[in-house]
Design a protein. Structure first.
Length: 237
């Protein structure tokens, strides 16, 4: 049975440009949809967070508006309830690296989003090391929405960005503007990824959009989480 490591933010808030704290956590459907797809495909899921803290869900992601109506919200809430691995996460720094350079015991790594990764994973050196070694190992790495913020902490031994030259996507400036948070943010994900040398590919706002470059699979927004998971399932065979 293949094992997939889910790395989730441990943040409960996102600090805005004026210093105020905006409640956050992981975005529910970005974790639930891939989790259900991986389990259906027969893969085991293990969760890790910074410091091994139990991750918090972004409450906004459980609303009817965020899920296309109450029926969708109820479905996501039920999926979250079944995701029992969330209650017993590993600490990222305790994830061992095997002789092949990748995370020991894991066949793929997956990072859901929510604004939380911009608060902690974007500066987490242990997560950055895990990402660098996963990329180098050739094992599938899926990263969704704001999850690519974690890639900002991934550096080569020479200090360059590990995703320099990679084609990828993530939550776009246009989408951040449409949420009403763009002018309140300290920085925008699309801008930062371009700054470190990634070839950012923005699709239509809110429509599923997935970019595959080597073993890196990135999804633009919550609607892209399922398609990213489908690509990983396909890679795992």
């Amino acid at each position: 049975m293949s094992q997939i490591l889910f790395v989730l933010t441990g943040a409960r808030h996102w600090t805005l440009a004026d210093g105020t704290e905006h409640p956050t956590g992981f975005w529910a459907d970005e974790a639930v949809a891939p989790y259900e797809m991986f389990k259906t495909a027969g893969h085991q899921v293990v969760v890790a967070t910074p410091g091994g803290v139990v991750p918090s869900v972004d409450e906004a992601s459980l609303s009817a508006d965020a899920n296309g109506g109450q029926e969708g919200a109820d479905r996501v809430a039920a999926g979250l309830e079944s995701f029992t691995e969330l209650g017993q996460p590993l600490s990222i720094e305790d994830v061992r690296i095997d002789s092949g350079g990748g995370p020991a015991g894991f066949d793929a790594v997956f990072y859901p989003g929510g604004h939380g990764p911009m608060e902690d994973l974007a500066t987490d050196s242990d997560s950055g090391t895990l990402l660098v070694r996963t990329l180098a190992s050739g094992r599938p790495l899926g990263v969704v929405c704001h999850g690519p913020a974690a890639l900002l902490a991934a550096h080569t031994q020479e200090g360059a960005s590990a995703v320099y030259g990679y084609r990828m996507t993530g939550f776009t400036n246009a989408e951040e503007e449409q949420t009403g948070l763009a002018n309140k943010a300290k920085w925008l994900l699309q801008d930062r990824l371009v700054e470190v040398g990634a070839h950012f590919e923005a699709g239509e706002p809110w429509a599923p959009h997935v970019v595959v470059d080597r073993n890196l699979v990135t999804g633009q927004n919550p609607a892209s989480a399922g398609p990213v998971a489908a690509e990983i399932v396909k890679m795992l065979g």
